[in-house]
Design a protein around this ligand. Sequence first.
Ligand SMILES: *Cc1c(COP(=O)(O)O)cnc(C)c1O
Length: 361
Amino acid sequence: MSELRPIPISRPHFGPEEEAAVLEVMRSGQLAQGARVEAFEQAFAQATGAQYAVATANGTTALFLALLGHGIGAGDEVITSPLTFIATANAISQTGARPVFGDVDDSLNLNPRAAAALIGPRTRAIVPVHLHGNPAEMDAFTRLAERHGLALIQDACQAVGARFDGRPLGTLGTAVYSFYATKNLTTGEGGMVVTNDAAVASRCASLRHQAYSSTPYLHDAIGYNFRMTEMQAAIGIVQLRRLDEITSRRRSTANLYNEAISHSRFARPTVRRSDVHVYYQYTLRTPDEATRDTTRRRLDQAAIATGVYYPVPVHQQPPYRDLRSEPCPNAEDAARDMFSIPVHPLVSDDDRDRIVAVLAG
Ligand SMILES: *Cc1c(COP(=O)(O)O)cnc(C)c1O
């Protein structure tokens, strides 16, 4: 056993091009937000099909700015999924708004019917999360947002490169991305707002940089320092060029897992045929928590890392418990019976076979 090579749950996929890009920035003398950030924004807007992109320090600040850009603030309610990284709810709370959690469906994404049932007089926005890289039901959310005059902001932090009904996510309205170290496209830390609304884009760009105005050192409001560095942008530009290759390797590994588990006791979240799921995580459902835990132990003994994303739904987290949200039984069940196995592009053909063998055993 001891000679088994460990297979981590995630690993950044950097090569000599990323290294050269960082060195070039260091030697250029221009380290803070400049031409490379702008070039990354342009390339990213194009890749996601959006008209505008605003780079930020991380995904949390990107979501926070996108909410402010859409006018969300104190007294507002924002409907979102409880089955997400806590940052989604934190960014909502930091604007002064209150997150309202709707249950998920078999895709593990916010159920549009659950969201519809939660719309009230204070509701101002819906934030669907494309969990694990699997697109949420954007058609239903778009109709719902239009009917009720709500902002629709996608938490696409796990879904760079994903498509809904064949369309890149930036064509569906405002979306936010994270380039954290484990994400499909990484700059170490980093984030991006994409939008087709010029006013939203300019508010985000201004607030990111101390609410600068068109007059130098005259500021329109109390802003923030949420800027991205040129080092991050230089890495991002290279990673974006390699994104198709990264995504197709993740998808091919996922397809292999899909076949391997098709006649097993494991199930998986539903994926719409017309969507491109980018497999930030490859997630399995087990019959119960005990099976989940023993399966994870067997994988661990074979030096295969696993993870649960996420073991405590956000409405049950200490800072959110007091909101006394509606129960979200599907999210709570998933938190008990799901787990994720390595699917990142550095999982080799041999690694995949090892993982499949343990799952079958
Ligand atoms: C990673 C992530 C975030 C936050 O991004 P950071 O870059 O870590 O701030 C928000 N929402 C989801 C769903 C994420 O996966």
